[in-house]
Design a protein around this ligand. Structure first.
Ligand code: DX5
Ligand code: ZN
Length: 219
């Protein structure tokens, strides 16, 4: 397993000072920008869309990991590529023809991933796993930052890690929701590769140091 990655969630940034917060991530030990797109249908919240992602891309020096919490994400894949997405993840629960949607993502030149809600069994991924650059396991109910981490996530990571190993794949496991210094190491020990963290990073008084500490905990 390669080095473990940190993806600060821009949902928790200060939108009135977005460029400042992007520069902070650029200068930090973080690896990706995690970008949450919510449509008010798939999840009970609306975040931001293409114009904001385009503005982020202008300044970002690290890959954009775009997490789509929208119904029928297949409608917008090309547009998300156009505004700068590098990795696009779609919820298993949001798209009827998952295989076709992942192919769409690959065909526009992005890395493709699947997200599972808390109670969607990891076993549903068995056949689609070879097509996944990454699987994102939600560790909260999606829609809002700042929620409490659900500890059922550990056993879900272990099951998924076993499935990935059994198929001899190098699919990444990303964890999203309630990640902080208390659970980071255990999440990586259970078999995850990428940790998303929003409020833990952006609400801290020294964000660069917080990212550095988080990275040290999982290295
Ligand atoms: C929630 C989003 C998360 C969120 C995480 O639906 O997918 O990425 O920003 O925020 P924290 O780290 O505050 O739980
Ligand atoms: Zn997310």
């Amino acid at each position: 397993m390669g080095s473990k990655l940190i993806a600060p969630s821009i949902l928790a940034a200060d939108f009135a000072n977005l460029q400042r917060d992007i520069e902070m991530v650029n200068q930090s030990d973080a690896d990706w920008f995690h970008i949450d797109v919510m449509d008010g249908h798939f999840v009970p919240n609306i975040s931001y869309g293409m114009p904001v992602i385009k503005a982020i891309k202008k300044h970002a020096k690290k890959p954009l990991d775009v997490h789509l919490m929208i119904e029928k994400p297949e409608r917008y894949i090309e547009e998300f590529k156009k505004v700068g997405a590098d990795i696009i993840t779609v919820h298993y629960e949001s798209t009827v023809h998952l295989h076709r949607t992942l192919s769409l993502i690959e065909n526009v030149g992005c890395k493709a991933g699947v997200v599972l809600n808390l109670t969607t069994p990891v076993s549903v991924l068995e056949d689609i796993l070879p097509k996944c650059y990454m699987v994102l396991l939600m560790s909260i109910n999606p829609g809002f930052g700042g929620q409490k981490f659900e500890s059922m996530t550990y056993s879900r990571i272990k099951k998924l890690r076993k499935m990935i190993n059994d198929q001899n794949l190098d699919t990444l496991i990303e964890i999203d929701g309630g990640v902080n210094d208390k659970n980071a190491k255990q999440l990586v020990d259970a078999g995850s590769d990428v940790l998303v963290a929003g409020s833990y990073i952006f609400q801290s008084s020294d964000q660069l140091q917080t990212i550095k500490n988080l990275k040290a905990l999982i290295s």
